[in-house]
Write a protein that binds this ligand. Structure first.
Ligand code: ATP
Ligand code: MG
Length: 559
């Protein structure tokens, strides 16, 4: 992770702490995912923030699975999360932790609170607990089980652990204050009974800690200094502090920042899971998904995602970031680094009638105008070529500078050609153009100084490689898909045109010499890379990572 760092309010807090000699000069951060789904670009923001801080202040960064809910969690998610964090370049070294490894110690801490008279076993159902909690304007009602004695609580809690009670029949609750202005402080549940197998601890436990109880202890046990989380947890901070204070254990500082929201997509694991389950997408790694695995498959680089996270910064106000900011991060990088090739997505045949049959020649093309060291390559030219269908119009409007009957244009790196005739089928569709070329214009310029207004990309028909190309657009057609009409559902906002498959695309033969994983610019079309799953030597499949420009913004303006 070499990107240059901007400062932000969290870094300012850390620098002040370091100056004041707080935390013994340590900086220790963590990324604490729950393994109940794949990571998305919002998580990347949190990873880059936590890892970047640890690295820049010579601290440590932990990867910790917050695996306290056996119902939704799976090993598949653990594996994918590790792969994604590693891919992003965040190194947890040997510090891989699981909340489930702390269950025994958490249990011990719970006993301590019971002994202090600060926790009790409650027989109310979760519904009753919720019902009696009150509201902002109304105080809560104390549980009838609140005054149980310490010995009784200890005995019942031990029995809860042993599995003597059924799911939901009892909870352990903190004894705080049912009139507290913060609803989370009204005797929150610490443990619930769940007879469910856990992906790591199996059947060892049938009581599971609630998030607020578990999270602070995890941070405390690992000696975290700054516990960074998203704004929704600001109201939880009071409870986080209360638990650690009452236990008298090491007490990290929780700091909240604004979560990333990205336009034209959703960043909620629940919603992403639903898209996968209901097969609106092909899987978690569908290239249209805002998941790390989707972006990786699409062709994004780890450095482009890190630079995106750097660009958006860290603030305390929620907002929606435009998708274009993410796309620009990969455009900027690939503009510098990607080699160019010519590819025709919608081929229209061109026959150069004055070019001798059977002749071919090699023309020199620049691999990357932004990078002199990328060198040049040879592009074959012959009598039959393909150009982009949309680069020809029989009856062009004024501003159309490409090919039309009688019009002369430049073929990139090759010759000037003039269109003499458009051949049509019986339905009137143009099937072929008959053109002549000017042999004097080899390399793309006329010795007599005459100019043409259009330059087209092209491929030689008999040399070209056939490929499938997948063009992606926003997964949702509205900026905030979470806004739905009454009775509707966020999937109503899915963009029906988010994937366009082009089967019969032709690419210059140079791609046979490139690596499957190389990201290329198809001139005038966009940045592409072969699909790591579906592409093979005989039938290459390319994903469009991004178009060359922000075509979406242009379209929106036109509307
Ligand atoms: P859900 O989407 O179900 O609410 P989550 O995204 O909060 O879950 P976690 O596994 O709890 O999932 O997240 C791990 C960490 O990533 C947390 O510290 C969380 O604050 C952070 N995080 C999650 N979403 C975002 C986001 N959109 N932007 C920034 N950080 C995020
Ligand atoms: Mg969460």
């Amino acid at each position: 992770m070499e990107e240059k760092r901007k400062t932000n309010f969290i870094r300012e807090i850390i620098e002040k702490d370091l100056e004041a000699g707080k935390w013994d000069g340590r900086v220790c951060t963590r990324f604490p995912p729950e393994p109940n789904g794949y990571l998305h670009i919002g998580h990347a923001k949190s990873i880059c923030l936590n890892y970047g801080i640890a690295r820049d202040y010579r601290g440590t960064f932990n990867l910790r699975f917050d695996d306290t809910n056996p119902c939704a969690e799976e090993q598949e998610y653990v594996d994918s999360i590790k792969e994604d964090v590693k891919w992003l370049g965040a190194d947890w070294e040997e510090r891989l932790f699981f909340a489930s490894d702390y269950f025994e110690r958490m249990y011990g801490y719970a006993l301590r609170l019971i002994e202090k008279g600060k926790a009790y076993v409650c027989d109310q159902s979760l519904e009753e607990v919720r019902r009696d909690r009150g509201s902002i304007s109304e105080p809560g009602k104390e549980s009838p089980y609140r005054e149980r004695s310490v010995p009784e609580n200890l005995e019942l809690f031990a029995k809860m652990r042993k599995g003597e009670f059924s799911d939901g029949s009892k909870t352990l609750r903190a004894k705080i204050d049912m009139k507290h202005p913060n609803l989370l402080m009204r005797d929150p549940v610490m443990y619930r009974i769940l007879h469910a197998g856990h992906h790591r601890t199996g059947d060892e436990w049938c009581i599971y800690p609630m998030y607020d109880w578990a999270h602070g202890l995890e941070d405390s046990l690992e000696g975290i200094t700054h516990s960074l989380c998203t704004l929704e947890f600001a109201t939880h901070r009071e409870l986080y502090d209360w638990y650690l204070e009452e236990l008298g254990v090491y007490h990290p500082r929780q700091i909240e920042f604004a979560r990333l929201n990205l336009g034209h997509t959703v960043l909620s694991k629940r919603k992403l899971l639903l898209l996968v389950r209901e097969k609106h997408v092909s899987g978690w790694d569908d290239p249209r998904m805002p998941t790390i695995s989707g972006l990786r498959r699409r062709g994004y680089t780890p450095s482009s995602i890190r630079s995106f996270c750097e660009t958006i910064g860290v603030a305390r106000m929620n907002s929606i970031v435009d998708m274009v900011v993410l796309e620009n991060s990969i455009r900027e990088e690939l503009n510098r680094t990607a080699r160019r090739v010519m590819a025709v997505l919608d081929p229209l045949k061109v026959v150069i009638t004055n070019y001798p049959e059977g002749r071919e020649e090699s023309l020199e093309a620049v691999n990357n105008p932004e990078d002199g060291s990328a060198g040049t390559r040879k592009v074959p030219f012959s009598r039959e070529l393909y150009i982009e269908r949309k680069d020809f119009m029989e009856d062009p409007p004024k501003k159309f500078f490409r090919l039309a009957p009688g019009r002369e244009v430049r073929l990139r790196y090759a010759y000037f050609i003039t269109c003499r005739e458009a051949v049509k089928d019986e339905k009137g569709n143009v099937t072929e153009l008959r053109c002549t070329y000017d042999p004097e214009t080899r390399g793309g310029d006329a010795p007599d100084g005459r100019k043409v207004k259009g330059t087209l990309h092209w491929v030689s028909a008999k040399h070209a490689v056939k490929a499938e190309v997948r063009l992606y657009d926003h997964l949702f057609s509205v900026r905030d898909p979470n806004e739905v009409e009454e009775g509707g559902d966020f999937t109503d906002n899915l963009n029906p045109d988010s994937l366009k498959v082009v089967k019969d695309c032709r690419i210059e033969p140079f791609i046979k010499e490139t690596d499957k994983s190389e990201r290329l610019q198809f001139e005038r079309t966009g940045y592409f890379r072969q699909d790591p799953e579906d592409s093979s030597g005989e039938s290459p499949v390319f994903n469009r990572i991004a178009s060359l420009r922000d075509t979406w913004a242009k379209m929106q303006k036109k509307k």
